[in-house]
Design a protein around this ligand. Structure first.
Ligand code: HC1
Ligand code: SF4
Length: 574
């Protein structure tokens, strides 16, 4: 252990701790900006780039970055001496000196950590005026907009993309004033192997990285009298959107979201959870077929589009392992334009399908060629949770006062199994509930599989299903997915089925969710909310969803049928 004093207060911390860790222990606040503590996922951004956390070392009289400087015995630190405070202010002003002053219209307005810090540090004047950068804004991808001019070189995105996701698209280029975080050779994002997971967006403190704004297109559709505009809501959105309106993280607000969407003018409000139940039935059918007929194993879940991009780019030799099932919102999309259109006698060309997703990669998924046939897209537009919250605010909807609405019925019913899709481990738990009864023909009495739960990056579990011992793997975060894929490629995998989600935590931690600013306890609260929702549902197995059963009876014939394959399954390409 190491003993030191901070502001004359004695503190004892473990060897290897930073001054920032020690200050936190005694409740002394030091402002930070580039620092990012994602210890649960094995990563701490300690690059000490921004220098807004400097404190005074009384022994040397020097300023040191508290996020990176390790403590030593007898150290005496002042965090609020004039020198320390002025040092931090100067460093912050230097960051502001070449930052575009367009806060009022910036996508990050009121969510920007640089702006918040300037407010907290009472910066009322910037004493230095620097040359501004003039890089073109990269709007080439369907998921992410990159405005390098707003980059403060904190490198949080680099840590996320390289260390957690192991994609490595972003890095620091050049030196001095020209230094930027960019793609190699400044390639446009759509020319790189970016998965559009949006994890860089979720940690970017400024507006340098953001989701591509699709709300203008949705406003236009809503105001076009010739269009029948349908919307659907993903499982993880309902557990997080409240954070944008002052609710505690993990407050489930499904009913208010539905009412708000009605107020915005959508003609039908469907539930992506309906598609999740349907996905489980198709996926479990595929798994049972692969097991019983000695086909390719393991089978990987395929509902996460960033993960699909990842395998296509990085493991093209493994494209026969993911399930061929489309993701749930794509299933709801195509059914809205076929099954629902037929029921309501609508021309599918007049239907606009909008998905509200916690995810930026869903925007790119919706644009995939395989999911757009004969001029009809399964899904036309994807809005993130944050974009929907902005639309509610734009329409002056008082979210807290909204009544509890209900989804429209044809594609609106769901079970507890669908609710847990939004967290890591949830999809495979839901699939196991259905596969168990499909294989054994017996009732599964205990539907909770604790062994699938938690936030450990890679988890494995065994489930006895009749004579079969089913080996299940779970990975979240693309770095963990990479390890699982390397094992499959090298013939070392013993799993039958594996769930992979690109974002740490699964969709609850998606790149389009309200910013959690590195507080992983927020993810845990969202996760618990989905498990509680599952518990509260009258039906907790996907194959007990009565509207899904009606869909098979009236339209799809049976799981894995020819028409089910035509509408609900897809393919992958390198
Ligand atoms: Fe997800 Fe899915 S769970 S991918 O994580 O399979 O985005 O929430 O909508 O489609 O259902 C995301 C969440 C979501 C799909 C479902
Ligand atoms: Fe990397 Fe994901 Fe950001 Fe693309 S979206 S740059 S893969 S973190």
């Amino acid at each position: 252990m190491v003993e030191l004093t901070i502001n004359n207060i004695p503190v004892t911390v473990e060897k290897g701790s930073t001054i920032l860790d020690a200050a936190e222990k005694i409740g002394v606040h030091i402002p930070t900006l580039c620092h990012l503590n994602l210890q649960e996922f094995g990563v701490v951004n300690k690059t000490a780039n921004c220098r807004v956390c400097v404190v005074e070392n009384e022994d040397t009289g020097r300023l040191v970055p508290s996020c990176a400087q390790e403590v030593h015995d007898g150290m005496r630190i002042q965090t609020d001496s004039l020198k320390a405070v002025m040092g931090r202010r100067t460093n912050l002003e230097l960051l502001l000196s070449n930052h575009p002053n367009d806060c009022l219209t910036c996508v990050k307005n009121l969510d920007c950590e640089l702006q918040t810090l300037a407010h907290e540090m009472n910066i009322k004047e910037i004493h230095y005026q620097g040359e501004k950068m003039s890089h073109p804004v990269d709007v080439t991808s369907f998921g992410i907009t990159k405005d390098t001019n707003k980059c403060i070189m904190c490198r949080r995105c680099v840590t996320m993309c390289s260390d957690i996701q192991t994609v490595g698209v972003l890095g620091a280029l050049k030196r001095g004033f020209d230094a930027v975080v960019a793609t190699a050779f400044h390639l446009d994002l759509n020319q790189t192997s970016c998965t559009y997971c949006g994890q860089c967006v979720s940690v970017c403190p400024t507006g340098a990285l953001a989701e591509t704004n699709d709300s203008p297109k949705v406003w236009r559709a809503l105001n076009n009298p010739d269009k029948h505009v349908i919307v659907q809501v993903a499982p993880a959105v309902r557990a997080a959107i409240g954070e944008e309106f002052g609710y505690e993280p993990g407050t489930i607000l499904t009913g208010k979201v539905v009412s708000g969407l009605k107020r915005l003018g959508f003609d039908q409000i469907f539930d992506t959870n309906f598609g999740a139940d349907l996905t489980i039935i198709e996926e479990a059918t595929e798994l049972v077929d692969r097991i019983q007929n000695n086909k390719t194993l393991p089978m990987l879940t395929s509902c996460c589009p960033a993960w699909v991009q990842f395998i296509e780019h990085q493991f093209p030799e493994l494209l026969d392992v993911p399930s061929s099932c489309k993701s749930p919102h794509e299933m709801v999309g195509i059914l809205a334009k076929t099954y629902y259109a037929k029921e309501k006698n609508l021309d599918p060309k007049d239907i606009v399908m909008v998905s509200i997703m916690p995810c930026t990669a869903k925007k790119a998924e919706a644009a995939r060629e395989e999911l757009n046939k004969d001029g009809i897209s399964d899904v036309d537009y994807v809005l993130t949770t944050r974009e929907l919250a902005r639309m509610f605010k734009e329409a002056s909807i008082d979210f807290k006062k909204l009544p509890e609405g209900e989804f429209d019925q044809l594609l609106g019913e769901s079970t507890g199994a669908a609710a847990i899709f939004g967290t890591t481990g949830g999809v495979i738990e839901a699939a196991t509930r259905t596969a168990y009864e499909m294989i054994t023909g017996k009732e599964l009495k205990e539907v909770t599989f604790e062994q699938f739960r938690g936030l450990e990056g890679i988890r494995e579990a065994k489930v006895q299903i009749g004579d079969l011992e089913l080996n299940i793997g779970i990975a979240h975060g693309l770095g963990n997915a990479r390890k699982i894929l390397e094992d499959i490629r090298d013939g070392k995998s013993h799993f039958h089925a594996i769930e992979i989600m690109a974002c740490p935590g699964g969709c609850i931690g998606g790149g389009g969710q309200p910013y959690h600013h590195g507080h992983t306890d927020i993810l845990l609260k969202r996760q618990q909310a989905l498990y509680d929702l599952d518990k509260s549902m009258p039906r907790r197995k996907s194959h007990e969803n009565e509207m899904v059963l009606k869909l098979y009876k009236d339209f799809l014939e049976k799981p894995g049928s020819h028409i089910a394959h035509e509408l609900l399954h897809t393919s992958y390409s390198a």
